[in-house]
Design a protein around this ligand. Structure first.
Ligand code: FEO
Length: 173
């Protein structure tokens, strides 16, 4: 495997693993604040990021490279409020998108077209994840801390979790 591409994918493995831990911390915080629907959504997001990481690990190993399972920094324990949680989530996803774009660039520079093709799945996924985070943030801004609104929001997010869980059929392997 091209060493520069392999290094970039290993860097991406760290990003996906960190995302999984970050969202796990957000899920746990939400659960401790009575937001069970939001917690379910974020636990599912955390699982999805782990799936993104695994896909990269397998991709490297199946091509005779060596995937590196990285150490992960401890994510925050406390968050100011739910709006802040989703602001951080969106900010984080924007950073992940930049990193995926960088990986696409490296594939093109190294003329590694099969990895370039593989990475396109992540390009689409990032579009969806950023749009989802923006949509959630817009709703939270509208609600503006109203208790009834928060109750409905939490219930709605629980329902959307059912649609978002990665499965063999709605996620590329
Ligand atoms: Fe896998 Fe949301 O980045």
């Amino acid at each position: 495997m091209n060493t520069r591409v392999q290094k970039a994918i290993n860097d991406q493995i760290l990003k996906e693993a960190s995302s999984s831990y970050f969202y796990l911390a957000m899920a746990s915080w939400s659960e401790n604040h009575g937001l069970n629907g939001t917690a379910k959504f974020l636990y599912a997001q955390s699982d999805e990021e782990r799936f993104h990481m695994l896909k990269l690990v397998k991709f490297i190993n199946e091509r005779g490279g060596k995937a590196i399972i990285p150490a992960i920094e401890q994510p925050p324990v406390e968050f100011d409020n739910l709006e802040k949680v989703f602001e951080l989530l969106l900010e984080h996803e924007i950073g992940v998108t930049e990193s995926i774009n960088n990986l696409v660039d490296i594939c093109l520079q190294e003329k590694d077209y099969s990895t370039h093709n593989f990475v396109q799945w992540y390009v689409s996924e990032q579009l969806e994840e950023e749009a989802s985070a923006r949509g959630i943030l817009d709703k939270l801004k509208l609600i503006d801390g109203d208790k009834g609104g928060m109750y409905m929001f939490d219930r709605d997010l629980e329902k959307s979790t059912i649609l978002n869980v990665p499965t063999e059929t709605n996620s590329a392997k």
